[in-house]
Design a protein around this ligand. Structure first.
Ligand SMILES: C[S@@+](CC[C@H](N)C(=O)[O-])C[C@H]1O[C@@H](n2cnc3c(N)ncnc32)[C@H](O)[C@@H]1O
Length: 369
């Protein structure tokens, strides 16, 4: 059996090109965009690296095989012949997720049960609803394609965020937004509504070249293919926090959020690069030195009654940016184009729509002139 497999880095829909840029920069030169994100052909070592290093991928799936099944008896037979022992361990619980489309086998639950039974009866591993190892089966046009979720917990969980504020942006999303705004690790970043500090911690880690997954565990560590010493070596390649020439500035009017953001930055090992303060966005002072990027994710309530207050808030954000942040780039995540217009920053240079917590939002980019 070849060591080369199709590896899928799942993307936030809308950000595929941004993720492709990151995946290629990380050294996976054969990567390309496909229907669920970015895929490349690689070995297990590449799967470990992708999980540990990438910041924008939601999770990393590994395609391990496929077979045709026209009916459940055939699925039973073929799933029992599948070489599960190459990938799964008899002592590690698993669960199967199955979807059927345009196939003679149309019942997701039946397919899932048959696969789970085949796996537990051939190699003996327990089946558990909360298992961290997930086998994903997609039955399309009578072809069963089998993938293993190598990540386990979503990759936005970096392993050091304990304080979670109101409506935090996911770390993976924050990293994609930063990259989409042209952040390279060399510009200062300021978030005047920083909440739990996600944009700042991501940007400070990127500036240091730290790996996103240096401090967490992954499902791939519990697979039969794991090489524990190689995996811990790969995690250890993440550079330690040192001094850097750039600084990251966070503020919020909520003192509790600022305290939580500082603690999160401390756990991530980047607090020496971050300056936090408690005040309203209208009292933000532009830092001395070169212009950088303002990343901002203001409240964008959905209730009509909030609208008036929100227009006033967005208008004051726009006023502050126009007055004091000439030359800076602005990356704003919000839902309502009319709130964006209230900032009077002109036409956005770029708009990337995406879904955030089930709500349609977009990343708007401006240059303050
Ligand atoms: C959507 S949350 C930002 C979440 C943040 N990006 C994170 O990842 O945790 C909006 C934040 O704006 C803050 N905020 C609301 N009005 C503000 C104002 N006038 N000045 C400063 N911060 C404000 C809230 O306290 C809240 O933390």
């Amino acid at each position: 059996m070849s060591d080369q497999m199709e590896v899928y880095c799942v993307s936030v829909p809308g950000f595929e090109a941004v993720l492709l840029d990151e995946v290629q920069q990380a050294g996976f030169s054969n990567a390309r965009i496909d229907e669920i994100g970015v895929s490349f052909v690689g070995e297990w070592d590449d799967v470990w690296k992708a999980n540990i290093m990438l910041r924008g991928a939601t999770r990393v799936l590994v395609r391990v095989g496929s077979f045709r099944a026209m009916h459940l008896a055939q699925l039973d037979k073929r799933s029992r012949k599948f070489p599960w022992d190459i990938y799964l361990r008899p002592d590690v619980p698993i669960r199967v997720e199955a979807t059927c489309r345009k196939s003679k086998i149309y019942h997701d639950k039946a397919a899932k049960q048959r696969f789970q039974k085949a796996i537990s009866e051939t190699i003996g591993c327990p089946i558990a609803d909360d298992a961290s190892v997930v086998v994903k089966v997609r039955i399309f046009d009578d072809l069963c394609t089998i993938s293993i979720d190598s990540s386990g917990e979503g990759l936005h969980k970096r392993g050091h965020k304990k304080f979670v504020g109101k409506a935090p942006i996911r770390e993976t999303m924050a990293a994609l937004c930063l990259r989409a705004c042209g952040y390279t690790g060399e510009q200062p970043v300021l978030d005047p509504m920083c909440g739990s500090g996600t944009f700042l911690i991501e940007s400070a880690e990127i500036a240091q070249g730290m790996f996103a997954g240096r401090e967490r565990t992954f499902a791939f560590e519990n697979l039969a293919t794991a090489d524990a010493s190689r995996i811990s070596y790969l995690k250890s390649l993440s550079p330690p926090a040192t001094q850097a020439n750039v600084q990251f500035y966070g503020s919020d009017r909520d003192a509790g959020a600022v305290k939580g953001a500082m603690e999160n930055a401390g756990r991530a090992g980047v607090s020496h690069l971050c300056q936090f303060s408690t005040h309203s966005v209208s009292d933000v002072v532009a830092p001395d030195g070169p212009a950088g990027i303002v990343m901002i994710n203001p409240p964008y309530g959905t209730r009509i009654s909030n609208k008036k207050a929100l227009y006033a808030l967005y208008s004051s954000i726009g006023k502050k940016l126009r007055q004091d942040f000439t030359g800076w780039k602005v990356g704003m995540v919000t839902s309502d184009p009319s709130l964006v217009s209230a900032m009077e920053l002109g036409q956005p240079e770029q708009k990337i729509p995406f879904s955030h917590g089930g709500l349609k939002v977009a990343l708007y980019q401006f240059k303050v002139t």
